[in-house]
Ligand binder design. Structure first.
Ligand SMILES: [Zn+2]
Ligand SMILES: [Zn+2]
Length: 137
């Protein structure tokens, strides 16, 4: 039986699922999220690693060292190139960060804050949410 939340890449080769209801849903405007997503910001949330099940496909990972100096692996579909999740984060052990756009049903999974707002482009309006210039501490 599928878990509560199911997700996949753009071509459907990669599928994964989890039961945990996301709570920390962040919109991140940092330069790194811009580059990795190709958009103005990335919206993502944490899922406990032990609840995260890869159902099909073999994501390709790209090891990256963030501004903080800590490493992480960005995972994407080698077939369609869609970015799907980030894991092996030195700064958040045991947590997988999922890109909201990969969810089959993102309804009700709403952002709770915006961060790295110092990098927000001028045309992008702040949402009615707590705003953090950098990482919330
Ligand atoms: Zn794909
Ligand atoms: Zn970011």
């Amino acid at each position: 039986m599928a878990k509560k939340h199911t997700a996949q890449c753009a071509c459907g080769a990669i599928k994964f699922e989890f039961d945990t209801d996301p709570t920390f849903i962040a919109i991140c405007h940092c330069l790194d999220c811009k580059k990795a997503s190709g958009g103005e910001a990335a919206t993502y949330f944490g899922v406990p690693e032990n609840d995260f099940t890869l159902v099909s496909g073999k994501p390709k990972s790209f090891h990256y060292i963030a501004d903080s100096g800590k490493g992480l692996d960005r995972n994407f579909c080698p077939n369609c190139g869609a970015r799907v999740f980030t894991n092996n984060l030195e700064s958040f052990p045991g947590t997988v960060f999922v890109q909201i756009g990969s969810l089959d049903n993102p309804k009700g999974i709403d952002p709770v804050l915006e961060m790295f707002t110092k990098r927000r482009l001028e045309w992008e309006k702040p949402l009615d949410l707590p705003q953090f210039e950098n990482m919330p501490s």
